[in-house]
Write a protein that binds this ligand. Sequence first.
Ligand SMILES: *Cc1c(COP(=O)(O)O)cnc(C)c1O
Length: 247
Amino acid sequence: MVETDRDALAASHLAANWAQVQQRVADACHAAGRDPAEVNILPVSKTFGPDVVRAAMGLGLRRFGENKVQEIRDKSRVLADSGIDWVMIGHLQTNKAKEVARLASEVQSLDRPELAVALDHRLRLEGRRMNALVQVKTSTEPSKYGLPPEQLPAFLDALRAYDTLRVRGLMTLAINSPTPEAVRGCFRLLRELRDQAVARGHELPCLSMGMSGDFPLAIAEGATEVRIGTAIFGVRPYPDAYYWPEK
Ligand SMILES: *Cc1c(COP(=O)(O)O)cnc(C)c1O
């Protein structure tokens, strides 16, 4: 097969997957009595190269989730000036705040005070602001990052001091479990924490929760954004332990 045929085939697979994911999200919204316009899909392009991201841009996608700063750096270099909004969704080491402040438009893994300090410092130097979601640990699994729920009120209050960070909501990863009620419980907890914070005067319109394997449950619990990798781009060449290493 010549290269252009292979590219065309890959692009048509991507288009079919994208159409199917949009339909499944719409179905989940209808089942939950929600308007599909309330739920955004964040395509997660981690491990896929700039060519795949470019093909996804051909479908009108402009915002991509990435799990590692290095991948944002490498892809944004090749795709410079293409108007992509990179969204950092993976665990962020404080010493990588500089690059995220420079290259990303949003961070969804803000989970500790030191990271807020580091991002604020770097954003000031860059003269930039960015959207931020606070990642909350709703699962009992030891390998999941995120702020413990009981620390959320104080953290949200402290974040008011940083006008470089536009805090828009909360993000979580549910427990990896075959029991839907256990998974759904994580999503429900995030929604309840959001509702409690809103009652305390915080403005948190965004709930980023749900991935390829569990997004209908997240939508049923009020997700406004689902982060979808595999169902759009296909199976990744690395196991998930690579992205969610033990602390
Ligand atoms: C990889 C990843 C996703 C997407 O996972 P899929 O199961 O491939 O849809 C969502 N959120 C985070 C934080 C991720 O690292």
